[in-house]
Design a protein around this ligand. Sequence first.
Ligand code: ATP
Ligand code: MG
Length: 573
Amino acid sequence: MTSPGSESPDTSNADIRPTSNFLRDRMAEDVRTRKYGDAHVQTRFPPEPNGYLHIGHAKAIFLDFGLADEFGGKTNLRFDDTNPEKEEQEYVDSIQKDVRWLGYEWERLCYASDYFGQLYEWALQLIRTGKAYVDDLSADEIRQYRGSLTEPGKESPHRSRSVEENVNLFQRMKAGEFPDGSRVLRAKIDMASPNLNMRDPVMYRILHATHHRTGDEWCIYPMYDYAHGQSDSIERVTHSMCTLEFTDHQPLYRWYIEQLGIFPSQQIEFDRLNLTYTLLSKRKLLQLVQEGRVNGWDDPRMPTISGIRRRGFTPEAIRAFSASIGVTRTNGTTDIELLEHFQRDDLNRRARRAMAVLRPLKLIIDNYPEGQVEHFEVVNNPEDPAAGTRQVPFSREIYIEQDDFREVPPPKYFRLSPGKEVRLRAAYFVTAQSVVKDAAGNVVEVHCTYDPATRGGDSPDGRKVKSTIHWVSATHALSAEVRLYEKLFATANPGDAPEGGSFLDNLNPNSLEVLASAKLEPSLASARVEDRYQFERVGYFCLDPDSSETRRIFNRTLPLKDSWAKIEKKTGA
Ligand code: ATP
Ligand code: MG
């Protein structure tokens, strides 16, 4: 079955695959030894629909889909929807959209809630074989009885209930006879196990909550550990990859499957992606959204897939990044600059160039004929000849960046200043002559002269200039709002709260700067949301989806400077 929806996946970089790793080795070995006979490699990506996907999930998606594909296998998208209070259809929808946008198409769309009936039957089966019992202890008591890493647990007084009584109580739990939290179903394993997860873990809890898919059909819900392995088994998942925090749950994963004698899915753990200056926890990201610290899940400062998409990141770069970080069995932290490096690399190759002035200063060319307009041909992308060229209009009044002029130039300042000559990109050499200031003494206009012999940007007498600056013709300019983003957090490990504070104290107060009166070359009128641009000398930009005919908004994806190259040199990474 292919999944519904109109968006087609972007598979243009589908050849990027996970680099050599132990997950692949394990799969290769299982295929070689025919561990699963004729069954194909089957994986699943199992998000809980309690938030939007983030860049950490992209790593898991890359491995689940990428490795299965490599072995001719298949991948399901399965919603792990066993917590009705936290889950919503909005999240289900966004997750599907994000997986497709990353370039992957699932074999089947599944929900743990599809299996609620089967899981219930299996629970009865475990009760009947004496492997599960209904417990009346409160959540607190269960915790106390569980013991600790140094002390064995204590058996619940209800542990020895008869099979008949357990069946009866469990059926009545399902029928809604008992209030929330009054009883649970537990597996009967070993209260002295060194693994706390094996000390009679809870299988079912009572929760009178409306589920986003099953509505009010159920008032008992399975716990993650009871649902996950069996869901894998039902889907005949051969390799169930998850992050390292589930390592201690693996014995329980296997125990349920063995007791039930069902398809032997196997769990394999790998390291979570952590990124500097970035929080990858749906719970904390939800808090940022709910408290209005950001403008929604898709705020371009968010590490969510929808946020970085809106910011202008590309699936190709995310896949290349995911491939480069590899997988290990120890958690570490990756520099955010590495992700940015892959993004710049992709944009440098593919983004169309354009001229845009973010903080405009008027430059008037006194000796250029009034009313005259010339068009200069510029290449759209020096990295990609196929991208062609375009015509950029030039006239007597243009905008340049405020930073490209200094009335009193500091040492080593080679841009425009009185008496100094620079090249206007693809146009002419100009020399600044005089300035006009406002009442406060700020330069508001610069007057200059141009040399007609330098048309196209080269001087026939071999005269050199030290700088080339970009510009936009004032009469042709489009106005735009430009949003410059910086890191959302000011500290490298934002999850570490300062003493007596919370992770919110680590927020960077200057993560967004809005420039209201940027000037763009007119070709940008045709920009669409999915287009990517390099504004020459400034950075990479894309149109924000909130833009309209009357209000054009561009997001800065990244500035041009690649700080990863520096880090790489320093650390020999
Ligand atoms: P969060 O704490 O952000 O809610 P989660 O692990 O609870 O993350 P799930 O929806 O349960 O989120 O995750 C779906 C899959 O993605 C799981 O297999 C999980 O191991 C994996 N995953 C989640 N976060 C990361 C990460 N930072 N790096 C790699 N894989 C991840
Ligand atoms: Mg989770």
